[in-house]
Design a protein around this ligand. Structure first.
Ligand SMILES: NC(=O)c1ccc[n+]([C@@H]2O[C@H](COP(=O)([O-])OP(=O)(O)OC[C@H]3O[C@@H](n4cnc5c(N)ncnc54)[C@H](OP(=O)(O)O)[C@@H]3O)[C@@H](O)[C@H]2O)c1
Length: 257
């Protein structure tokens, strides 16, 4: 396992939560950073912490829903540091959303917020990394919720599953160019945006713990990383149970507050 040092790391979705914490934890290890998200002041504050820890850091406010903006961030990263060794595509969100209360527009928006944001970076990153001598690693913060249809998170589960499938195909196609792909599947993580959503969160972990797990995945580069183990074991079990049994368990879990 190679420790993460002397790499250029692009983090998309670095202004808060898991992405900001990954940047903070890696900032002491002699890496170069390109951090991006929409909220410029929050992003600038994270970038300042990274610089204070001794790492070069470029922060660029950009909306990952805009393909041209994503392309420009990738170009700016390459112009600043020459290569992009690791990209962590971390932007995404999964609000509480019951299927009898959503609009078609809500579902499309969740797909855009969790799938389009991946595609918009994936395409320009593959183009750039394909020309790099050592290829590169593209990691995506997916979710254990992407492994099955989680009640009250259906549109989010579907968008994360689509992202994983696309990345699975890219991994096979681009291995000859040494572009590696890691899908990272956290369970519930205590970040600000989900703390008030009222969803039950069994086995929730802190964002510091989540960031440590993400960094381990960036170091080891497995095709898929799952954590924490109790939630991962629960999801694995539910996937092999007969559907009537797993549906019953999921219904009970979703109704707990
Ligand atoms: N928290 C959990 O329980 C949990 C569990 C499993 C997976 N995840 C996944 O982990 C990732 C990080 O989530 P988090 O919990 O750390 O939430 P968070 O604090 O809201 O972080 C999301 C990050 O993505 C950025 N972002 C969102 N939409 C964006 C856009 N259109 N363009 C650019 N940046 C965008 C946000 O910044 P701006 O708002 O400033 O743009 C923020 O920096 C997400 O993909 C989420 O699905 C979270």
């Amino acid at each position: 396992m190679a420790p993460l040092t002397n790499r250029t790391v692009l983090i998309v979705g670095a202004s808060s939560g898991i992405g900001a914490e990954v940047a903070r934890q890696l900032a002491h290890s002699g890496n170069r950073f390109v951090l991006t998200a929409r909220r410029a002041p929050k992003l600038a504050a994270v970038a300042e912490e990274v610089r204070a820890a001794g790492s070069d850091c470029l922060d660029i406010a950009a909306d990952a829903l805009d393909p041209s903006a994503a392309e420009e961030v990738v170009a700016a990263a390459e112009a600043e540091f020459g290569t992009i060794d690791i990209a962590l595509l971390n932007a995404g969100q999964g609000p509480d959303m019951s299927m009898d209360r959503v609009s078609v527009t809500d579902v499309s928006r969740i797909m855009a917020l969790n799938y389009d944001v991946v595609v918009n970076y994936l395409v320009p990153l593959i183009a750039r990394m394909g020309g790099q001598r050592d290829g590169g690693l593209i990691a995506h913060t997916n979710s254990l919720a992407g492994l099955m249809g989680i009640p009250r998170q259906g549109p989010y589960s579907a968008a994360k599953a689509a992202s994983r499938t696309l990345i699975d195909a890219a991994r096979v196609e681009l291995a000859p160019k040494n572009i590696r792909f890691t899908s990272i599947h956290p369970g519930f993580v205590d970040t600000a945006r989900i703390s008030e959503d009222g969803l039950p969160k069994p086995f929730q972990i802190s964002k510091k713990q989540a960031a440590r797990n993400v960094i381990r995945a960036l170091e080891r580069e497995p095709a898929q990383a799952y954590f924490p183990w109790p939630t991962a074991a629960l999801v694995r079990t539910l996937r092999v149970l007969p559907t009537p049994v797993s549906s019953l368990v999921l219904r009970k879990l979703a109704s707990r507050h």
